[in-house]
Design a protein around this ligand. Structure first.
Ligand code: PLP
Length: 325
């Protein structure tokens, strides 16, 4: 069906809700297939459950990926029915999660079977996760989530070379490089994976891309709840909340669907979410034309999957449901 405005509007009306996340299954499938296609033998892809905690999505992922990155028992429960003995589940929790009910024969646990490190001293940054790699390796499986969505081909290759030096003559056999992919194209990602596979050819390598994998495959649609015009300034309130429904979506594509109104020039058009917070701002536009009226539609593409993962009912505004088309 695709993410065209007519279909998105129809789905919102059918749902009888104010806002709805909509993801295109065919698009997701083709991305999962391209990401995992022709990967080198020593490379595995794990999908981080936290990036898109939805059973249907995770079931689809399990057909393409080699397993999952799980933070805890709750995330493990979301995937336990769609994994088999060939899938790997790698725990990224910094504490021992091997309590009853949370066990799987391929599970690695930080601090028990795997150690999580950061590369802060090499990269000159302060990351959220892990011990300093300089502290010494005591496990055969190590994990580094390079985070912050800024891992280009160059930065990943530099890190892989550094890790290779650190792991020489150590007990390490498995290296998990985490997610945070920021490639400009699928082929750049594939080239990078091939190069890392060469640099770390003596090891089994894991990648855990989350957000980048589903980027561009979804949208959120909502209604216009109010339009206040003061001269050439418009203040428009929408059912989509920047705070509650768009968290971590850093490069959104906005489309405003005025259905019946006459186009009017504006000097400034501010788009607000429906919470009582002044910071609930979706966009601040200058010098354009708009025909928006009450009941019209707002469509936002370019979502981060974390917007769905972090969605909340803040200020009594119902978190939108998600449908796949
Ligand atoms: C351990 C670990 N792996 C992978 C990811 C996925 O990162 P991204 O969605 O940016 O690719 C995260 C995200 O926080 C993470 O904590």
């Amino acid at each position: 069906m695709g993410l065209n405005a007519k279909d998105l509007i129809r789905l919102l009306l059918l749902s009888k809700s104010q806002s709805l996340y909509i993801y295109d299954l065919e698009l997701l499938k083709s991305r999962f297939a391209s990401i995992t296609m022709d990967k080198p033998d020593n490379v595995s892809f794990l999908f981080p459950v936290k990036a898109f905690p939805h059973c249907k999505l995770l079931e689809l992922v399990s057909e393409y990926f080699d397993g999952f990155d799980v933070s805890n028992e709750n995330e493990f429960n979301l995937v336990k029915d769609c994994i088999n003995d060939d899938h790997v589940c790698w725990s990224s929790a910094p504490y021992d999660t091997s309590y009853p009910g949370f066990s799987y024969n391929k599970l690695f646990v930080d601090g028990v079977s795997s150690q999580r490190f950061n590369l802060d001293s090499f990269l000159g940054q302060q990351s959220r996760f892990g011990l300093d790699l300089e502290q010494g390796i005591t496990s055969s499986a190590i994990h580094m989530h390079l985070g912050f969505q800024n891992n280009t081909k160059d930065s990943i290759l530099k890190c892989a070379e550094y890790i290779e030096k650190k792991c020489r003559n150590s007990i390490v056999t498995e290296i998990n490089l985490g997610g945070g992919f920021d490639f400009s194209s699928m082929s750049e990602m594939q080239d990078c994976v091939l190069d890392v596979s060469d640099i770390l050819s003596d090891y089994k390598i894991y990648f855990e891309p989350g957000n980048w994998v589903t980027q561009g495959c979804g949208a959120i649609i909502g209604r216009i709840l109010g339009v206040l015009k003061a001269g050439n300034d418009f203040k428009v309130t929408t059912s989509v909340s920047a705070l509650g429904h768009l968290r971590w979506s850093q490069s959104i594509e906005l489309s405003l669907k005025g259905l019946l109104g006459v186009k009017t020039k504006y000097e400034r058009l501010q788009l607000f979410g429906p919470t009582c917070s002044e910071s609930d701002i979706i966009a601040d536009l200058y010098d354009g034309e708009s025909s928006l009226n009450l009941g019209d539609f707002i469509i936002i593409k370019g979502l981060s999957s974390y917007s769905y993962a972090w969605r909340c009912d803040f200020n009594g505004i119902k978190a939108p449901d998600l449908v796949f088309i």
